[in-house]
Design a protein around this ligand. Structure first.
Ligand SMILES: [Zn+2]
Length: 333
């Protein structure tokens, strides 16, 4: 987060405060804004119903929940923070790959070690703070060769602090966690990688598919033999965030097209927030939806300040307001 974004966040908080204070003449500020139980609104909708049909791995951890979403493939979910971020551990016969390391609030290295005894390498779907929090714990990290990635590898205190504001946490932070000291710790990139790069885990190969747009370093990861596609923040069930300054809409359009073309090869789409399993048919819907929105064919559900929400069928976006001018049909090149 830069200074501009911090100011925007502060302004949003102040607006919310004024709104809540105005509405709370008889009730306390917290009962109006965080509900009678002191819980933020988003937290009241948990657990999400989709988790009922998933196989939970009983690790009894106070921060993480783990689900086996395919053979030797685990979703590591953080339901106590508003991002509801999901990292994935993909295990081969020789090594395992951790696709993202979460918020850095709980100890993801300890969780991963309970799921596999193989050595673990880390690759990030992109380097927003909520996906790289545990990177510092691991000795080998792949990184995309972008200035955005290199800048984020330096870590950040501000981004991390915004993630633990009162309305961002559901339940208790883990024992021993010190909120004042919480920051995204720096990490070292061991090897720069690129589109088409393959990681052999032993009996299982993962391939990087560059899908920039949400960020310049956004990637997806495909396990062709098992029909799995990990899409990071390029696609997940729930409101897809595309409003930050680093989001490039022309690049995002090209990436959704690329993913839609992969749908026939895969069985399961695994996104990085909210729910760890979606049907491949949603990728074509995603591509059509973002084109429709950027072509001005969809009215916003709500627009506040510099953000607007759009819903097209099952797909929803939080986009920049006003919408940027993007030619969504550039034609063949
Ligand atoms: Zn992100």
């Amino acid at each position: 987060m830069n200074k501009q974004m911090s100011l925007t966040l502060l302004r949003m908080f102040l607006n919310l405060y004024v709104l809540c204070a105005a509405a709370s003449s008889a009730l306390s500020f917290s009962s109006v804004c965080f509900g009678q139980t002191g819980k933020p609104e988003w937290c009241k909708n948990l657990p999400r119903p989709e988790y009922k049909s998933l196989e939970q791995v009983p690790l009894n951890d106070p921060w993480f929940e783990v689900y086996k979403v395919a053979p030797a493939t685990f979703a590591i979910y953080e339901p106590h923070q508003a991002e509801e971020v999901i990292s994935y551990l993909v295990v081969g016969t020789k090594q395992a790959l951790l696709f993202d390391t979460g918020m850095g609030i709980g100890n993801i290295k300890a969780i991963a070690a309970r799921l596999t005894s193989r050595p673990i390498v880390v690759l990030n779907s992109h380097t927003h703070d909520d996906h790289v929090g545990g990177n510092w714990q691991f000795p080998f990290i792949y990184g995309m060769d972008t200035a955005f990635t290199r800048a984020n590898a330096k870590g950040s205190h501000e981004d991390a602090q915004a993630e633990i504001a009162q309305d961002q946490i559901c339940g208790a932070l883990p024992k021993g966690f010190d909120p004042a000291k919480y920051s995204t710790k720096p990490w070292k990139i061991s090897l720069f990688v690129h589109n088409g790069f393959k990681v052999n885990l032993g009996g299982r190969t993962l391939e990087i598919i560059s899908t920039p747009g949400h960020t310049p370093d956004a990637i997806s990861l495909i396990d062709r033999a098992n029909g799995l596609l990990f899409t990071g923040d390029t696609f997940y069930s729930g409101e897809i965030w595309l409003y930050r300054p680093e989001t490039d809409f022309a690049a995002y359009l090209a990436s959704t097209k690329k993913l839609a073309a992969l749908a026939s090869e895969i069985k399961l789409v695994l996104g990085a927030h909210n729910v760890p399993a979606a049907q491949p048919s949603l990728l074509a819907q995603l591509d059509a939806a973002i084109h429709a929105v950027l072509d001005g064919k969809v009215a916003t559900n709500s627009a506040k300040g510099n953000q607007a929400i759009y819903q097209v069928g099952e797909i929803s976006f939080r986009l920049r307001n006003p919408l940027p001018a993007v030619n969504s049909n550039p034609g063949p090149n």
